[in-house]
Design a protein around this ligand. Structure first.
Ligand code: FES
Length: 171
C-alpha cells in the first residue's frame, strides 16, 4: 500500500462501482422479464375454443360462429371475450373452419348460396374450399385447425397478417 492511501482509495472505488453494477443488474433483470412478458405468450400459442355442436351444422352449408373465450396475458384475465368469428363448413364427420377476415385488408367475408364466399369491400371472391377466385385478395381464406371434442367443434383460433400472399399467423 502506498503511503498516501492511493491503493485504499482505489479498492474503495472498485468496491463501490461493483456494488452499483450489482444493484443495476438486480433491478434490470426483473424489469426486462416484466417488459417482455406479453411477447412471451405470443405468436405460437394455441387458443382452442369450443364453438357449436357438430350436429348443428348442415353438410356443405357454411355457418358463421362467434369465437368467445377467455383472454389471458401477463397483465389481465378476462372471460367471455369475443376473439372474432369463423365460418364452419361440415363435410360428413369433418369440419373446415375459415377465418371470417378477408386476407386483402381485413373486412368480414360473407357466405353465398352454393357455399362460396365474397368480401363486400373490394369484391374478392373465394371458392367453397376457400381458394381465391377473383378480386384483390392476395391469397385464399385462412383456415383454422379444428377438432371434434365430445361432439363439439373446437377451433384453434388465430389471426393472420392481411395484404400478403403468405399466410402469417399473428396470434
Ligand atoms: S378487404 Fe376484402 S376485398 Fe378488400
Amino acid at each position: 500500500m502506498s503511503e498516501d492511501g492511493t491503493d485504499r482509495r482505489e479498492a474503495l472505488r472498485l468496491f463501490v462501482l461493483g456494488g452499483i453494477a450489482a444493484a443495476g443488474c438486480a433491478l434490470a433483470a426483473p424489469a426486462a422479464f416484466v417488459v417482455a412478458a406479453p411477447a412471451r405468450g405470443g405468436a405460437s400459442k394455441e387458443t382452442w375454443v369450443p364453438t357449436v355442436r357438430l350436429d348443428a351444422l348442415e353438410d356443405g352449408v357454411p355457418k358463421k360462429v362467434q369465437v368467445v373465450s377467455e383472454r389471458n396475458d401477463a397483465w389481465t384475465k378476462e372471460s367471455h371475450v369475443e376473439l372474432g368469428s369463423a365460418w364452419l363448413v361440415r363435410r360428413g364427420a369433418t369440419v373446415t373452419a375459415f377465418s371470417s377476415i378477408c386476407p386483402h385488408l381485413g373486412c368480414a367475408v360473407n357466405a353465398e348460396a352454393g357455399g362460396t364466399f365474397t368480401c363486400p369491400c373490394h369484391t374478392s371472391a373465394f371458392a367453397a374450399d376457400g381458394a381465391a377466385v377473383s378480386g384483390p385478395s392476395p391469397r385464399g381464406l385462412d383456415t383454422l385447425t379444428t377438432r371434434i371434442d365430445g361432439g363439439v367443434v373446437v377451433v384453434d383460433f388465430r389471426r393472420f397478417k392481411v395484404g400478403t400472399p403468405d399466410r402469417i399467423a399473428l396470434t
